[in-house]
Design a binder for this molecule. Structure first.
Ligand SMILES: *Cc1c(COP(=O)(O)O)cnc(C)c1O
Length: 376
C-alpha cells in the first residue's frame, strides 16, 4: 500500500502532468509572467463556472479578504463580525486594517458560525459580517443575508475552503459559495480544493462598482497606469499559476466528488460508534469536504493521535486554539468572553486524511485501525 498522506498533491499532478507541463512551459516561453492572457482566461472561466459577474484574481486568499474590506470605505474601529472557529487569516486582515473583529460562537454539528449569535453582537459600529464556509460546507446564507439586510451590513464570504459548493436557498434556487454576499473571497493555496502550485487567490462580486474598486486596489489603486486614485496594494495572480488553475478548474467538480466519496466511506465506517461524531451534512449546502473533521467524545484525543501516528496514518487538529485565546488577539475585548462551542471543538476535533487520490485500500486501513482503537 502507498504511504498515506494528509493531502496528495503529487498523485493529483501526475494524472494531468502532460497538460500542466506544457502550459507552464508555454507561459515561460511567452515571458508574459504577470497579467498574461492566462490570467484573463482564468477570470472568464471562473466567472462562467461560478455564474458570477466579476472575478478579480489576486495573490492569495488573505489578500482577497483584505482587499474586499478595503473596498468598503470603512472607518478605524468599525466592527466586523466573524466566526471564532476559522483559520487566522479571516480575523488577521480585520485587525490589520484597524477595524475591530467581533467573534461569534459556532454550531456544534456543522462547525459554522451560529446565526443566532450574530444578532446579539450587532451595534451601531457593526459594518460587515464575514461568514466562513468552513471545511467545505456553506453557512446558512438565507439567515446571514436576512440579518445583513435588516441591519444594513455588508457580507463578505470567506470561501477559501468551499470553492464549488452549491448553496440551496429556502426557495429552492441554487448559487455557488462565494457569490451570495456582496463579495466572495477564495484561496488557491496548493492544498485547497482548487489549488495552484504556489500562492493564489480571487475575489468575486456581482456589483459593478465594487468590482471596479477591487480591480483598482489590487493594482496599486490605479485604473490608468501611473495615475493612482487611492492607496492600494500589489496583489496579482501570476500567469503560471493562472495557467495551472485553468486546467485544474476543469477537474474541480470531479475532485469535489472524489472527496465526497472519501467522506461517505468514513461516515459509513464510523456511524455506529458513539465515540466519534461524523460531520453533519447541512441540508442547504453541498459539502466539498476540504476537511473531514470528527468530534471525539469520551475518548482521549492525544492517545488516538499517537496511535494513528504509530500506524502511519496522518491526522491533524484544525484548529487547536480558539481565536480569542490566541496571543495575537490579546488586545481585543473578546479575550475575556467565553465561546463554549468553539472551545470544546478545539479540544475534541480531529481531521483525517482527505484528498482526491485516496484508494479504498488506504481508506479501509485507516477506518479499520480507528475502529480497532475504539474497540480496544
Ligand atoms: C486558506 C484560508 C485563507 C487564506 O488563504 P491564503 O491563500 O493561504 O492566504 C483564508 N481563510 C480560510 C478559511 C482559509 O482556509
Amino acid at each position: 500500500m502507498e504511504e498515506i498522506r494528509m493531502v496528495d498533491l503529487k498523485g493529483q499532478y501526475l494524472k494531468i502532468k502532460n497538460e500542466i507541463d506544457k502550459a507552464v512551459i508555454d507561459v515561460i516561453g511567452s515571458t508574459a509572467f504577470i497579467n498574461g492572457p492566462e490570467v484573463n482566461g482564468l477570470q472568464k472561466d471562473l466567472e462562467k463556472y461560478l455564474d458570477v459577474k466579476h472575478v478579480v484574481p489576486c495573490a492569495n486568499g488573505t489578500d482577497a479578504l483584505q482587499v474586499a474590506l478595503m473596498a468598503l470605505d470603512l472607518q478605524a474601529g468599525d466592527e466586523i463580525i466573524t466566526t471564532n472557529f476559522t483559520f487566522i487569516a479571516t480575523v488577521e486582515v480585520i485587525a490589520l486594517l484597524g477595524l475591530k473583529p467581533v467573534l461569534v460562537d459556532v454550531d456544534p454539528q456543522t462547525y459554522n458560525i451560529n446565526p443566532d449569535e450574530i444578532e446579539k453582537v450587532i451595534n451601531k459600529r457593526t459594518k460587515a459580517i464575514i461568514p466562513v464556509h468552513l471545511f467545505g460546507q456553506c453557512v446558512d446564507m438565507d439567515r446571514i443575508m436576512s440579518i445583513a439586510n435588516k441591519h444594513n451590513l455588508y457580507v463578505i464570504e470567506d470561501t477559501a475552503q468551499a470553492i464549488g459548493a452549491d448553496y440551496i436557498f429556502d426557495n429552492g434556487s441554487k448559487k455557488k459559495a462565494g457569490t451570495i454576499g456582496h463579495i466572495g473571497c477564495t484561496s488557491f493555496f496548493p492544498s485547497k480544493n482548487l489549488g495552484c502550485y504556489g500562492d493564489g487567490g480571487a475575489i468575486f462580486t456581482n456589483n459593478d462598482k465594487l468590482a471596479e474598486r477591487l480591480r483598482s486596489i489590487v493594482n496599486h489603486g490605479m485604473k490608468v497606469r501611473y495615475y493612482h486614485d487611492e492607496i492600494g496594494v500589489n496583489s496579482r495572480l501570476d500567469s503560471i499559476q493562472a495557467a495551472i488553475l485553468k486546467i485544474k478548474l476543469k477537474h474541480l467538480d470531479e475532485y469535489n466528488t472524489a472527496r465526497i466519496k472519501v467522506a461517505d466511506f468514513y461516515d459509513a465506517a464510523f456511524s455506529k460508534y458513539s465515540q466519534l461524531q461524523t460531520p453533519k451534512r447541512f441540508e442547504k449546502s453541498s459539502h466539498t469536504f476540504h476537511q473531514y473533521t470528527l468530534v471525539t467524545k469520551g475518548i482521549d484525543r492525544v492517545k488516538l493521535q499517537t496511535y494513528l501516528q504509530e500506524k502511519k496514518i496522518p491526522a491533524m487538529i484544525y484548529y487547536p486554539v480558539p481565536l480569542h485565546l490566541q496571543k495575537a488577539f490579546e488586545k481585543f475585548d473578546d479575550k475575556n468572553k467565553s465561546f463554549p462551542i468553539t472551545e470544546k471543538l478545539c479540544e475534541t476535533v480531529i481531521s483525517l486524511p482527505m484528498h482526491t487520490e485516496l484508494s479504498n485500500e488506504q481508506l479501509s486501513y485507516i477506518t479499520n485501525n480507528i475502529i480497532n482503537f475504539l474497540e480496544k
